[in-house]
Design a binder for this molecule. Structure first.
Ligand code: SF4
Length: 661
């Protein structure tokens, strides 16, 4: 790293110690009935972990602008305790907190408060499935005043800055876009008139807070919706905002209605930095020095540092990486990158939840959002050993816990137990830890899953866990332990179909292990997340492959989170993978799989290789043996319940077991 990331920078009057911003995330903790305790602790830990400037989730400036029931309402007294508590917590921890002022416009849901969403024009939104009401002059003036009142309130509550949300297709962005602003009055028309609303909001906010209070605008660098604002128009807006006195621009990417993936794992790291660079060049070209913040698909400090050193931006905002690792700044600054718990871009416990009411958390850090419920895992004091621990020569007697299985559930359980001071032996039958993450890490766009394995490989020895790989344990091996956590995972579900014993039929594990041994024509029985991943892997390994995935019931990719599924399926379509649903299997033959298709017609799905990926069953052999021997144990993860198993639940099980034992 060049350490550019760790040089100081100013946003208006705000002096920051470094250039990494914790970006805005709605957490669904903003209006819980705990008075903001969980929210404050969430932010406190991030500030303690080195976040100097944290931007809150969107705080709606009025009810009709709220993105959901759980949004903070900055101008209503009921939100004051939680917001004040968050400010106090971050300040106590030495950080700064900016409040994001938010109005969803046509992305609001009528059901939230029974209010009809409003927008510049009545243009149907696929995201909220509503046709908003076009704002009249009075509504426009009132909304501008609400932004100003929210900013004033933020200053009164002790916030260090405000960020005006004007990106991601929300209200202000809707005024800027020719797609959603069809007005022919002074607030619509050409690009200059469509810029009038954001500039009016900015000026009203500036008037409300005074010249010395830092104001950031999250402005769109690319809408990624056909027919919306051009790059030139967005650059002109950025320049106009800076000219009107904004202290920093945070460059957002894409709308919720965009069909271009922006934050999914399959988007390459750093992909959007060029957009921030373009905006920055426009601002500099116009003679302004206001800092520009880049965001989206930057998940490590070294990558942010490279971007800063290259001059893509003056600061880099990262959001999800702070969910995955509250200490990412401090750990990275200390050069202990091997101990950073990296965000893998899955969206499963964060973005996918943020559109509902369930508190946001993190797949690889199930404690996120529940910092008051579960103790933290300490950073090992000494550099972690990279050497594999030798198998224990003997069991040291009572007080020790054995964890069997080093997939997600077992890894999390082992770390949580060790963090509580319990001596843990972790046994894994395979030659390496990681379980199904080892398979996932081979899938195009999922290489970051291997970062999770790297994290635990370094963390566990550092916490004193003895990691014993390549060792199959029987109940008799475990008799001396005070408790056994069984995280033995899953087995492929048995498929009862004539022909499964043929030589060209393999299960998904074999196909993952040796994709080159899979034939040119591939029939995959099953179409859940694993089958989709496998199809993706096989298609990339050989673009000429003819691949079909099929299932009896349900949708292709069922179980993949909503923010990711559409993007992954688009990739499959682009790779030419054929998908069939509603099929009835007849038998497997030497040529493929005979089915009756959804139209009721018989069909042979060609397959030089037929892959069984029709779900999973709990691997219960060990648990049954322990029960027979009367050895105290807890069964977690897929070994407990394989139905609908996903990694979020596996990590969560590990955390719970690690705390309960
Ligand atoms: Fe990142 Fe996934 Fe955690 Fe979200 S749930 S912060 S995408 S690792």
């Amino acid at each position: 790293m060049t350490a550019r990331a760790f040089t100081p920078v100013r946003i208006g009057t705000l002096e920051l110690k470094h250039r990494i911003v914790m970006g805005s995330m709605h957490l669904n903790l903003e209006r819980t009935d705990d008075g903001g305790a969980a929210l404050a602790q969430f932010y406190r830990e991030r500030a303690l972990g080195g976040a100097d400037l944290i931007i809150t989730g969107g705080a709606a400036v009025n009810r009709e602008g709220a993105g959901g029931r759980t949004y903070a309402l900055v101008n209503e007294p009921e939100s004051t305790p939680a917001l004040s508590r968050a400010v106090a917590a971050v300040h106590e921890a030495g950080g700064h907190l900016a409040l994001q002022l938010f109005h969803a416009g046509r992305y609001a849901f009528e059901a939230t408060f029974g209010l009809k969403p409003i927008a510049p024009s009545s243009v149907y939104s696929r995201f909220s499935r509503c046709e908003p009401e076009a704002m009249d002059e009075q509504q426009i003036q009132r909304t501008i005043a609400d932004f100003a009142a929210g900013a004033r309130r933020a200053r009164e509550l002790g916030f260090d800055a405000v960020e005006i949300m004007a990106s991601e297709g929300y209200l202000i962005n809707q005024f800027v876009s020719p797609l959603t602003n069809l007005r022919d009055d002074a607030w619509g028309g050409d690009a200059e008139r469509r810029r009038r609303f954001p500039l009016a909001v900015l000026r009203a906010v500036r008037d409300a807070v005074g010249p010395d209070f830092p104001v950031i605008v999250r402005t769109s660098g690319a809408d990624l919706v056909d027919g919306s604002s051009s790059d030139r128009e967005l650059d002109d807006l950025a320049v106009a905002l800076v000219g009107a006195g904004v202290d920093a621009l945070n460059v957002g990417i894409g709308w919720h209605e965009s069909s271009v993936p922006t934050v999914q794992a399959l988007v390459p790291h750093g992909h959007w930095l060029a957009v921030a660079r373009r905006v920055r060049e426009a601002v500099r070209g116009a003679g302004f020095e206001a800092p520009v913040i880049a965001s989206n698909r930057v998940n490590s400090i070294p990558l942010a540092d490279e971007a800063l050193a290259r001059g893509d931006a003056d600061l880099v905002a990262m959001a999800r990486p702070f969910l995955a690792d509250p200490r990412i700044v401090e750990t990275s600054r200390a050069g202990r990158l091997e101990l950073v718990n990296t965000c893998i871009g899955c969206n499963e416990a964060c973005l996918d939840r943020s559109f509902g009411d369930e508190p946001v958390s993190c797949l690889v850090n199930p404690r996120a959002g529940r910092e008051l419920e579960y103790p933290p895992i300490p950073l090992p004091a000494l550099p972690a050993s990279h050497e594999q621990a030798a198998p224990p020569a003997s069991i040291d007697g009572p007080g020790q816990v054995a964890v069997v299985g080093a997939g997600p559930a077992g890894l999390q359980a082992a770390a949580t137990l060790a963090a509580a001071g319990i001596r843990v032996d972790l046994f894994e039958a395979a030659g390496a830890i990681g379980g199904q993450f080892q398979l996932a890490g081979r899938v195009p766009g999922k290489a970051d899953f291997l970062e999770t394995i790297r994290y635990f490989e370094n963390l566990l020895p550092g916490l004193g866990v003895r990691v014993v790989t390549g060792t199959h344990v029987e109940p008799s091996d475990l008799a001396g332990y005070a408790h056994v956590v069984v995280a033995s995972g899953v087995l492929p579900r048995t498929v009862k179909l004539p022909g499964t014993d043929l030589g060209h039929v393999v299960d998904y594990r074999q196909a993952f292990a040796e994709p080159t041994a899979v034939g040119r024509r591939v029939a995959i029985i099953g179409a859940g997340g694993i089958a989709v991943d496998l199809a993706h892997l096989l298609a990339e390994a050989d673009p000429e492959r003819e691949i079909t995935i099929m299932r009896r019931n349900g949708r292709i990719g069922e179980g993949i989170g909503p923010s990711t599924r559409w993007a992954v399926l688009a990739e499959l379509r682009a790779a030419g993978v054929r998908t069939l649903t509603g099929v009835v299997y007849t038998r497997i033959t030497a040529d493929g799989v005979e089915i009756t298709n959804a139209e009721g017609a018989p069909e042979l799905v060609p397959g030089d290789t037929v892959i069984l990926a029709a779900g999973q069953e709990p691997h219960v052999t060990l648990a049954e043996g322990l029960a027979r021997e009367g050895i105290p144990h807890t069964v977690i993860g897929g070994a407990r319940d394989a139905s609908g198993l996903n990694a979020v639940r596996a990590f969560d099980d590990g955390l719970r077991a690690g705390t309960a034992v």
